[in-house]
Design a protein around this ligand. Structure first.
Ligand code: IMP
Ligand code: MG
Length: 185
């Protein structure tokens, strides 16, 4: 997408360029490849926000991996977590005894992932780690820590590279800061 594309006009600008994301995702893939040597982890994509990150990340992991998908949402249409987390699409595979890596777009309050982690642990996973593209520690309401993250972001609402506002802007290639007038209107 060109830098003067229409979709950028609702943003205050680019926070993380696509090229920086590509480099960070490659490094993360190499790290996971080393850490899981000899294993065949289940990579759980938390839809929909993590889908682009996930698609790029698994192609940087030099191991056999099992792909699985979950939809867990705590958000309505706004920018605040409701704290009310639901699984709307469950995993296809039994994860008992498996090494699980949950792949998320952003850890904000941490409510969604604390809930998901608890559920997956109850199913008898051998290990559960969290890999997130973005970490927004300023808004954390739980003691959840990501095992792997690519970037820390400030307390602003960001979109692009899979992250949305009301289902829009996921297809921006970069991580951009959304203009507050878009979500305050
Ligand atoms: P948490 O439960 O508050 O950690 O919320 C996690 C989910 O909220 C993420 O998976 C995102 O879908 C969404 N979210 C949190 N912050 C942002 C943001 O800045 N931009 C877009 N989505 C966000
Ligand atoms: Mg979202």
């Amino acid at each position: 997408m060109k830098k003067d594309a229409q979709l950028y006009k609702d943003t205050k600008g680019i926070l993380i360029r696509h090229e920086e994301i590509v480099n960070a995702v490659r490094k993360l893939g190499e790290m996971i490849t080393e850490d899981y040597a000899g294993k065949e982890p289940v990579l759980v994509c938390v839809l929909k926000g993590a889908c682009i990150f996930y698609a790029d990340l698994i192609r940087e992991i030099d191991l056999h991996v099992t792909m699985d998908f979950v939809i867990a949402s705590s958000y309505g249409s706004g920018t605040q977590s409701t704290g009310n987390v639901k699984i709307r699409k469950d995993l296809d595979f039994d994860i008992a005894g498996r090494d699980v890596i949950v792949v998320e777009d952003i850890v904000d309050s941490g409510v969604t992932l604390s809930f998901l982690k608890r559920i997956l642990a109850d199913r008898g996973a051998a290990s559960i780690k969290i890999a997130t593209l973005l970490d927004k520690p300023a808004r954390r309401k739980t003691d959840l820590k990501a095992d792997y993250f690519c970037f820390t972001v400030p307390n602003e609402f960001v979109v692009g590279y899979g992250l949305d506002y009301n289902e829009r802007y996921r297809n921006l290639p970069d991580i951009c800061i959304l203009k507050p007038e878009i979500y305050n209107q």
